[in-house]
Design a protein around this ligand. Structure first.
Ligand SMILES: [Zn+2]
Length: 306
């Protein structure tokens, strides 16, 4: 892979900031497309200096309660979160939501719609792969996924069957190869997702913005519609990118967040929890900003941050 700053680049070592990593606001579990159960993830986190996390599974919030419960005895604060798949002006954009009321009906109904369309596109992908001679079945994919089925599950199977050396290679050579797999999955409009998070009392944060086209053109529109933060301390950013994103966060008064975006892929140079993250005060800054937006209508505040 040519992009040295991508979190998926297996050849580039993750770069850690100079502060002690005490929070990780971007984590996935097997409830979405991670390869690690909520329980194992919390155990892994408890062996680091991290004391505050957010589970940000794609379009699903089911891991939150379990993670919260296991985290109590480990003294880890869990901020309820989610990562929503959206699109804006042909850009695929991921919006993170924090401090949300994750039982919110409107939010859950939209997440349900997104999961259905994800499922349809995965089933279609499997049939395209079968047509192209790959031995893979729907059952194999559902069997290894504990919640939502996703492309990483397909990649995992293709790797285990020896078609590719790594899941990243499976992504590069086939799953993101539009000449073979070209499926348009229904995503919700970015502005709608920002609105959904806000009406669930949460704060919307732009995930891994590095690869968004015309970033400086879209940011003001997002901010006007209620965006509260932007990921700065994420991926394998060079100093130049870090400074660029940091300046954007300051210019638009957005909280600069970050995290590992860990999926438990078990691949070389994967960014592990504790390797990347925002400065220690960030969860409090994020909470202050959310309170600024919503006051007592904030979705949910974990005890550890009160
Ligand atoms: Zn993510």
């Amino acid at each position: 892979m040519s992009d040295p700053e991508s979190r998926y680049n297996l050849l580039v070592k993750p770069k850690s900031p100079k502060w002690k990593i005490t929070n990780d606001l971007h984590l996935h579990t097997s409830i979405s497309d991670g390869n690690i159960t909520p329980n194992d993830l919390i155990i892994k986190i408890s062996k680091t200096d991290i004391n505050c996390i957010s589970i940000t599974d794609h379009d699903i919030t089911e891991a939150i309660d379990e993670c919260k419960e296991i985290s109590i005895e480990k003294n880890i604060t869990v901020i309820p979160g989610v990562e929503i798949s959206t699109s804006f002006q042909k850009n695929d954009i991921h919006i993170l939501g924090y401090f949300i009321d994750y039982k919110n009906i409107e939010l859950q109904s939209s997440l349900g719609t997104l999961r259905n369309s994800r499922k349809k596109s995965i089933l279609k992908t499997i049939s395209i792969l079968q047509d192209n001679g790959f031995e893979i079945s729907e059952k194999e994919v559902t069997d290894i996924s504990k919640g939502t089925i996703g492309r990483p599950h397909i990649a995992q199977i293709l790797k285990s069957k020896g078609y590719f050396n790594s899941t990243t290679e499976a992504f590069e050579k086939i799953l993101t190869n539009k000449k073979i797999v070209n499926i348009k999955r229904k995503k919700i409009d970015t502005l709608h997702s920002i609105n959904l998070i806000n009406q669930a009392g949460g704060i919307a944060v732009l995930a891994h913005p590095r690869s968004i086209k015309d970033l400086e053109k879209v940011i003001p529109i997002f901010v006007e519609n209620g965006l509260g933060g932007i990921e700065v301390f994420s991926e394998k950013h060079k100093n130049e990118t870090l400074n660029y994103l940091k300046n954007i966060s300051e210019k638009y008064n957005l909280v600069a967040t970050g995290g590992s975006d860990y999926h438990g892929r078990n691949e070389p140079n994967e960014i592990m929890p504790g390797m990347n993250g925002a400065p220690p005060e960030t969860p409090h800054l994020l909470l202050s900003k959310t309170l600024e937006f919503h006051g007592s209508n904030i979705g949910s505040v974990p005890k550890g941050l009160k």
